[in-house]
Design a protein around this ligand. Sequence first.
Ligand code: NDP
Length: 252
Amino acid sequence: MTENTKIALVTGGTRGIGRAIVKELATNKTFTGDCVVAFTYRSCDECAESLIKEIEETGNKAVSYKTDASSFEQAKEVIENIVKEFGRLDFLVNNAGITKDNLLLRMSEQDFDDVINTNLKSVFNYTKNSARQFIKQRYGRIINITSVVGITGNAGQANYAASKAGIIGFTKSVAKELASRNINVNAIAPGFIQTEMTQQLNEDQTKVLLENIPLKRMGTPADIAGVVSFLCSPYADYITGQVLAVDGGMVM
Ligand code: NDP
């Protein structure tokens, strides 16, 4: 580590989009230079170990924390640990998310609460607990992963769409609060990205979906990771409070 090394924290970093973000920030120095990446996950220990190994093999560094993103206390501990070990935090990427889809009439209170707590409250947990450090540094970049569904709504996803729309309101409010301290807060709204979250779609559903995507393909986790890296870079220093759709043109 040098004095220019950046420190990043990605929630839900072991699989899908989060994993691509961790790899991008830790290994591709084009936008962000040297970066040590801490990431959280909830259950898959082997996924965390293999990710750290992959990154170490490239001569870079990542550390993991097994924690539930919906816990405020655990978020506080993670941030305290990172600041203790690395002395600072530059980038926070709030990525952890789940779906528990059902039509409203069949949606249980538990499924509503679980999705709101994991997807939306987690963003509060990590942003609130890192804000003081960012303010002290007079520098920070926060990127929240929302979804196009938070903009358009989607039948069968009232809980998920509410959590993602909530992230957009949270992003804009906190961007206004923290802008004077050189802390930029933005959201990325992915469209349909190939991960385990979207694997349940059958061939017919995929066909219909592609008809509504002008670029005629699903996105990849790397499509999102590159934009995260750009938003963390000096090229994005004048961007805050924005929701950037990365969706092949689906929502215009
Ligand atoms: P995946 O299901 O592939 O991966 C989710 C990641 O989040 C895993 O690493 C998982 O860890 C972690 N995670 C889940 N719950 C928790 C929790 N309570 N605490 C800590 N970590 C947790 O999801 P995607 O990569 O597809 O999605 C990533 C983000 O992108 C989500 O916010 C999602 O809503 C959003 N998104 C995805 C889209 C898509 O098409 N895939 C579209 C739009 C938005 P573990 O394996 O240990 O459980």
